[in-house]
Design a protein around this ligand. Sequence first.
Ligand SMILES: Nc1nc2c(c(=O)[nH]1)N[C@H]1C(S)=C(S)[C@@H](COP(=O)(O)OP(=O)(O)OC[C@H]3O[C@@H](n4cnc5c(=O)[nH]c(N)nc54)[C@H](O)[C@@H]3O)O[C@H]1N2
Ligand SMILES: Nc1nc2c(c(=O)[nH]1)N[C@H]1C(S)=C(S)[C@@H](COP(=O)(O)OP(=O)(O)OC[C@H]3O[C@@H](n4cnc5c(=O)[nH]c(N)nc54)[C@H](O)[C@@H]3O)O[C@H]1N2
Ligand code: SF4
Ligand SMILES: [Mo]
Length: 747
Amino acid sequence: MIPKIINRRDFIKISSLGVGGLAVANPLFDWLTGSVISGETIQNTFKRIPTYCEVCFWKCAGWAHLNEKGDIWKLTGNDHDPHCNGRFCPRGTGGVGMYYDDDRLKTPLIRTGARGKQVFREASWDEAFDYIANKMKKIADEHGPECIALFSHGSGGKHFGRMLKAFGSPNITAPSYAQCRGPREVAFFATYGEGIGSPERVDIRDTDCLVLIGSHIGENMHNGQVQEMSDAIDKGATIITVDPRFSTAASKSKHWLPIKPATDMALLLSWIHVIINNEWYDKKYVEKYTFGFNELKEHVKNFTPEWAYGITTIKPDVIRKTAKEMANASPKVIIHPGRHVTWYGDDTQRLRAVAILNALLGSWGRRGGFYNPEKKKMVKLDLPKYPKPSKTWRDAFPDQYKLANLALASGICDATIPTAERDCSFKGWIVNGTNLISTLPKPANTLKAIQSLDLMVVIDTMPMEITGYADVVLPECTYLERYDNLRVSAHREPTVALRSPATEPKYNSKPAWWMAKELASKLDLDDYFPFKTHEEELDWQLKQIDSSLDEMKKIGVKKFNREYEDLYPMDSFEDFEFNTNTGKIELYSTAMEDEGYEPLPEYTPHEEPPEGYYRLIYGRAPMHTFSRTANNPNLTDLMDENSVWINPKVAKEWDLENGQEIWLENQDGIVTSFPIKVRVTERIRWDSIYMVHGFGHTDKRMKRAYGKGASDSELITQTKIDPVMGGTGMRVNFVTFLTEAPQKGAA
Ligand SMILES: Nc1nc2c(c(=O)[nH]1)N[C@H]1C(S)=C(S)[C@@H](COP(=O)(O)OP(=O)(O)OC[C@H]3O[C@@H](n4cnc5c(=O)[nH]c(N)nc54)[C@H](O)[C@@H]3O)O[C@H]1N2
Ligand SMILES: Nc1nc2c(c(=O)[nH]1)N[C@H]1C(S)=C(S)[C@@H](COP(=O)(O)OP(=O)(O)OC[C@H]3O[C@@H](n4cnc5c(=O)[nH]c(N)nc54)[C@H](O)[C@@H]3O)O[C@H]1N2
Ligand code: SF4
Ligand SMILES: [Mo]
């Protein structure tokens, strides 16, 4: 049972503990409600255990506090962790709800009925592993081990990845690339020879001007960034937010540019035009470090603010004024690269324009711009060499997506559906910690791929939709009940953080490390897991860097000195060779040109909503993470459904009222499974509607989440694929409203 301490009232009390004075002094702390209790100030704690949070991938390090009975009663941030500075966000604080959730997966399951019908029987771990190992061997014999793919988001991916590479498959993928930040990494790599990484290397703490283009920090609760943005505002930084919606960030901004969606490229090109034409760029920096300035200047000569106005609806004087703000702050200015950037299919090019703008303003490698992160170098485990695979996912896409530097989740999904032309089709999926039904676009496509598999294994903590399609479901214990790999993160200073179990795994659940080792053993791959326990492995690793498991259990986070004093390498204007073909920051990208892509970003118009339809845009709510928190008792107490934001003009036209339940239907006639409540608000443009991702769950085994709100994923039946790296642009769907319940079966 859930201990009393985390009932609704107490949780909200915990969440707002300590906010008091700060909240008055700085309304920005409203965003951080729940995050301002520090691990050092807690009373009533009998014992505290170090961990890092798994509620999202910011991975804040903190403490699980136990009471005298040994129950986990509170989670707080670790003061020495740069990801969180001692404060968890509301989701992190509420993470304990994942442990106490009664709907959790409790024991291994083997499917007995048709896929998706959710007829399972309980099985022992040994039986489940035998089943999987036999199927894996059969697939390897018949098709090759490369025909098994791992989809993973989260810590367990590393363990299953080791097992799969040892088995002979390199096909390991995460939706956080082709459905999230892939285009950004490719664009910055093409420009600077380095990606952005996570946590983003943005020096918001010291910036004078932060430009957010659809990056809704404050609803996107990436902890350290929200805190730094709040501090920057206190210090007088200018915030410029470009968003068709009046986001939380927009409400804290000096300039809100309510852009017509899908037209950001025109605004970016016009800003570049203005900055070059007025000679507002950092001349010394551009001269010393960049390549292709003259080509860029020629390229943008016609992209005037007047031209952009016709496309973006942003007035020319606003474009000029905001460009001037950025120039005034240069080099302490950040045009934020965003994170979920797979929007319209020309995303790599849009992010190239962002990278170029930063280069013109001299912000890369400068204080208040982009810092140079450093990671602690770890000693690798001494494992046998992995077998050399004879094919990879890439073979399914000859001559496509040539700059993709990681495997595409959507690509492997597509390649699983058998066609006459393809020879690299997949026969087995291992799915860990990713609810592909709501994560990949085009759910019907995902289901088609799943139906053609010989083996589907799902490792999860919850009976999410994806588990309903598995042959074998393996219940993982939550992050509060297990060790995991060390968090070795790149930041201003290198840090290493430990996740250790605060309590025994509940029910018959187990950690991913143990599952991967046991499976490896059934596959005769024991040599790849040379340690008896994960604990031993971690202790060995820590000892190589002059620490130990004992030490880390006491401190949770260990900071190391930087090896090089180059946090802001370009501030000194010393010579620097960038990891690009020319050794310079490539305003003109030779890498793109070599592969047949536009070396300078071009504006391409995107399709507009048909009459009576509105563009579907989606985002985050501060108290939830994707679909993974939808059943968390603490967080559903704070928000248990999403709503659809509709402009008053549109609401009037359709005669819609605040709070009214409607269904959404997309351009392909797909209707949401459940109704969603209308929120009439000026905060959204008339040509778009907005909803928070992660709701509208269809799996009845999740009692709190089932049928609450609607799913944006169901409506994403069209994508625009980025030709450069295969990202799936998902904001190309249009919806209309149904005020009556649709006929049964219509959806
Ligand atoms: N329609 C739509 N699609 C999107 C997005 C969107 O906004 N809208 N966002 C995109 C982005 S930015 C990203 S990064 C991806 C995110 O995609 P995912 O990470 O796949 O997100 P979730 O749907 O939350 O799936 C997480 C799964 O992990 C399980 N889980 C949670 N904790 C654990 C654990 O400790 N162990 C195991 N084994 N499982 C665990 C949860 O129960 C859940 O089933 O989605 C992308 N797809
Ligand atoms: N609370 C919470 N925080 C999270 C997450 C979470 O699930 N919950 N997920 C994390 C993850 S993995 C990611 S990737 C990030 C995602 O967060 P971000 O990278 O910040 O944002 P996006 O999801 O790309 O964008 C959402 C915003 O884009 C706006 N928008 C829509 N269309 C357009 C357009 O055409 N142009 C412009 N300029 N704006 C547009 C929307 O109105 C919305 O405000 O959030 C992270 N933080
Ligand atoms: S930002 Fe919040 S949810 Fe994400 S890791 Fe940190 S505390 Fe956890
Ligand atoms: Mo993401």
